[in-house]
Write a protein that binds this ligand. Structure first.
Ligand SMILES: Cc1ncc(COP(=O)(O)O)c(C=O)c1O
Length: 393
């Protein structure tokens, strides 16, 4: 749906996205390719629109987690190179080849399936994955990776376009482990060069690497959280690259009421007003990704000031106190007034990291958990450009 009828929406600033991409582009060595990681619906920001904008900004590759995500992008008309960063099943490599989707290769059965694909005008593009210490996917450098590489390099239907690894802790202040991973990856690259194999893209970096260790990203920076304007951790040097959050989660007050002392608010009446209190009801709840675990903890912004959430967060709604916002010199708060759940309003802001801390998680998870039913409104130059709304997903 290209419109929205409930006032709850995530505003996605394409200006901020473009500025973050440019900031990384300027921070990495000239000639380094830039991949926009748009997995998990572009970290909740909307994969199709973010991919289009990232391509418009000149990124070289898109990264997704699994084949389904890549197929959706192709179906949306996106023709840029796409690398599937996760596992692709052996019986789907033909589809990947057909749609010009590059896969990550690290499993023997997938290699064999790719090698025996019926000939077509196309070769299956692959990036070999080396596990240098993330312990997740990839060939282990102390196992028989050389023979795997040999098979991949010599299979006529396979084009080995890349080889890569993923750092486990580049976002930590102590870079000892990252240095070890870098060293292991360099040895693999050394072996490839010794054999005279031409693999054009050798890559190792994520956002943290782009910020702190640009010289270790290799031929392509795989940029995720940073392009959305969020830092991978509070241990990275936030002065090196200045980022602007892309998403602001907003809604409006749909009901204002004055409750008397002793009035319970929401399920279980875990909050009971101890004096007269003005309460506002918001049309956003845990089914939108505004977690029930924020009950009793979260604040939202109203008129550029913080006000607390009152009572349990429901599936589709939650309540806030209006008393702090309506100072004596101000008009009473009205239905229809704007609320920011995270992001900036006036001089005040609620960073995504604050919500993450309240929930004991990382900023990545907060934007990823924003439900499909929250309309994404894309803005440029302060104007609404387009809307993506999947309310039944
Ligand atoms: C293999 C791989 N590369 C790059 C990224 C991007 O990481 P970040 O969002 O920290 O930039 C991810 C995300 O987790 C990933 O899994």
């Amino acid at each position: 749906m290209m419109n929205y009828y409930r006032p709850t929406r995530a505003e996605i600033s394409l200006d901020a996205l473009a500025s973050n991409l440019a900031a990384f582009r300027n921070a990495i060595p000239a000639g380094t390719r830039l991949m926009a990681s748009v997995k998990a619906n572009a970290y909740g920001h909307g994969a199709v629109e973010i991919s289009k904008e990232a391509v418009r900004c000149g990124i070289d590759y898109l990264g997704v987690a699994f084949l389904d995500e890549a197929v959706c992008l192709r179906q949306a008309g996106i023709t840029a190179p796409i690398l599937v960063l996760g596992y692709v099943a052996a019986d789907t490599v033909g589809l990947a080849r057909e749609l010009d989707i590059t896969i990550t290769l690290f499993r023997q059965d997938v290699l064999e399936a790719a090698a025996v694909l019926p000939p077509s005008g196309k070769r299956l593009k692959v990036h070999l994955k080396i596990d240098t210490g993330m312990g997740r996917l990839g060939l282990m450098p102390h196992e028989s990776w050389q023979s795997f590489l040999e098979q991949a390099m010599t299979a006529p239907g396979i084009e080995v376009e890349g080889v890569y690894t993923h750092f486990a802790s580049a976002d930590e202040a102590d870079k000892t482990y990252t240095a070890l991973q870098h060293e292991r990856f360099s040895q693999v690259i050394g072996y490839i060069e010794e054999r005279g194999w031409d693999i054009p893209i050798k890559h190792a970096g994520n956002s943290a690497t782009g910020i702190e260790l640009p010289e270790w990203t290799g031929g392509m920076l795989r940029l995720g959280i940073g392009m959305y304007g969020l830092y991978p951790s509070d241990e990275v040097n936030q002065q090196r690259i200045l980022l602007e959050p892309v998403m602001t989660l907003k809604t409006e007050i749909v009901m204002v009421k004055q409750v008397p002392p002793g009035w319970g608010i929401s399920y279980g009446t875990v909050y009971v007003a101890d004096a007269e209190e003005r309460i506002g009801t918001l049309p956003i709840g845990y089914a939108d990704g505004y977690s029930r675990m924020l009950t009793g903890k979260a604040e939202v912004l109203l008129r550029g000031r913080r006000v607390p959430v009152r009572g349990r967060i429901c599936m589709d709604q939650c309540m806030i106190s209006l008393d702090n916002a309506a100072g004596a010199d101000q008009l009473p708060v009205q239905e229809g007034e704007e609320i920011v759940l995270y992001g900036r309003q006036g001089d005040e802001q609620i960073p995504v990291e604050e919500i993450a801390a309240l929930l004991g998680t990382v900023n990545y998870e907060i934007t990823c958990m924003l439900a499909a039913r929250v309309a994404r409104v894309y803005t440029r130059g302060g104007q609404n450009l387009s809307v993506s709304n999947c309310s039944l997903m």
